[in-house]
Design a protein around this ligand. Structure first.
Ligand code: SF4
Length: 140
């Protein structure tokens, strides 16, 4: 049986979230997307990781992958699907929320159970109103 020394300093390194990392790069590339080759230049992901993660993101309908010829070689252009542009950051309710300083996942106040929701001024309201505004603009 192994003994654990309570005085031993143990450093726990959080697992790297490569899935979100790639998705954020794709979202950040805008409506024209980014090729898998370009992702190599702006991340520490390997070719195999990019390929595997892109397929997973596509299966989950977060992105599209379009085959494209780049400098005589085939690659995929990765484009984010259905990204909601949340507009000016100053309209984010967290900016004027009195709980902002202590609002954190697993905290006393959490974004998952936003305290301002009770007053119809929380995160959901903001996201929904931005969404409705974008849907009404895109259907005109
Ligand atoms: S998530 Fe809600 S409770 Fe948390 S800071 Fe933003 S507005 Fe406040």
């Amino acid at each position: 049986m192994s003994k654990i020394d309570p005085n031993e300093n143990v450093t726990i390194t959080p697992k790297r979230d490569v899935y979100s990392e790639l998705y954020n790069i794709i979202v950040g590339s805008g409506k024209d997307g980014i090729s898998q080759k370009q992702v190599l230049g702006v991340s520490n992901l390997t070719v195999a990781q990019i390929s595997k993660l892109a397929i997973k993101l596509e299966k989950n309908q977060f992105i599209s992958r379009e085959k494209s010829l780049e400098n005589g070689r085939w690659t995929y252009i990765l484009k984010a699907l259905n990204v909601l542009n949340l507009g000016p950051y100053e309209f984010n309710p967290c900016m004027r929320c009195p709980h902002e300083i202590k609002c954190i996942s697993n905290g006393v106040v959490t974004p998952e159970e936003c305290a301002l929701e009770a007053y119809d001024q929380g995160l959901s309201n903001w996201v929904l109103s931005e969404y409705k505004a974008q849907v009404s603009v895109s259907t005109k």
